[in-house]
Design a protein around this ligand. Sequence first.
Ligand SMILES: [Zn+2]
Length: 393
Amino acid sequence: MRKISANYIFPVSGAPLKNGIVVVEKTGKILEVIDTGGDLREIAGLEFYNGIIVPGFVNTHCHLELSHLKNQIPGRCGLDQFIFHISTNRASSKQVIRKAIKNAHLEMIRNGIVAVGDISNTSDSFDLKVDNKIRYHTFLEVYGLKSKMASDIINQATKLSSLIQKKYPHPHTIVPHAPYSVSPDLFRQITLKTKYGPISIHNQESSGEILLFKEKKGALFSVLSKLIPELKKWKPEFENSLRYSLEYLKGVQQILLVHNTYTTYEDILLAGRHNSKIFWVLCPNTNLYIEDQLPDIPLFIRENLNISLGTDSLASNSHLSILSEMKTVSKYFPEIHIEEIVRWGTLNGAKALNMNHELGTIEKGKKPGLNLISNLDLQKIRLTDESVIRKII
Ligand SMILES: [Zn+2]
């Protein structure tokens, strides 16, 4: 049993506790959370840390499979060029790919990440996902604009799903890549397979996506139509990519919209008219890396959206660290309170992946993992550029 205290405990299920104490079993199960009212007395065996203690982090968007592309893709070149570089540089030996995946997994453990929603197109990462150090939900991602190929594409994904069930059991769902890469037929087949969700889909990541749907032109349209010739013939049914995704995902209970860099107030109203529970996954470091642009986060807060955080892949990020994403939010939007940002990286992420029964808050009976964030501005309780993370449990 360990008794752990710090300047503040952030249970996330309630207000921060000044000099609070968390009593933890050897297994990581929380036995008790004590509110000392700020008055910490000498207690035998108490571990005290300078900083704040928060639950283990949840990374709701990652692509482990792209880890070998670290430092390979030029930054700030726009999503169109990014996709072009990924498609031309992705091939590599299995050995290189698997080594990079393992290193990325270990990096996330060191960075206090306890659960990940990871996009997979292959089986390369499956064996790591059952080692129990991180809980994974695999999003088996599919794409294709040729309607007659939809069944073949789904069959491939179903084979990967069977492999997971037989050899590497962990939660997984078949999901669409993005509105510009999925035909209506493929969308229909995805929703037959994944009725309840969670479904994850890249959303409004570039201005090119907006233009592609509105006018069938722009940088993304030009690059994609070279990679996917069918795109030239394709007529989007809707002028808005989010509307297209949501129309075809009708009935899916839980949807993670990833990036939302160009999402507007009207888009939020549109999403609000759908019955699905929607999570808005933000990957700020990647947005800056690829598009040099951030979503309108203050708007998302005003509209009371369920926000969670993702690192995306090492192809577009120098670290797989939720703290680093939190620091970026705090740097660009200093008015956002740390309590709110911590909730996005813990409880909201756990809810998005349906893992909140065990993760996301420091509460009796849960096993959330504990992270210490130190080097903050403890007067204002704000993250600084120097803030660091240490995994305590
Ligand atoms: Zn992604």
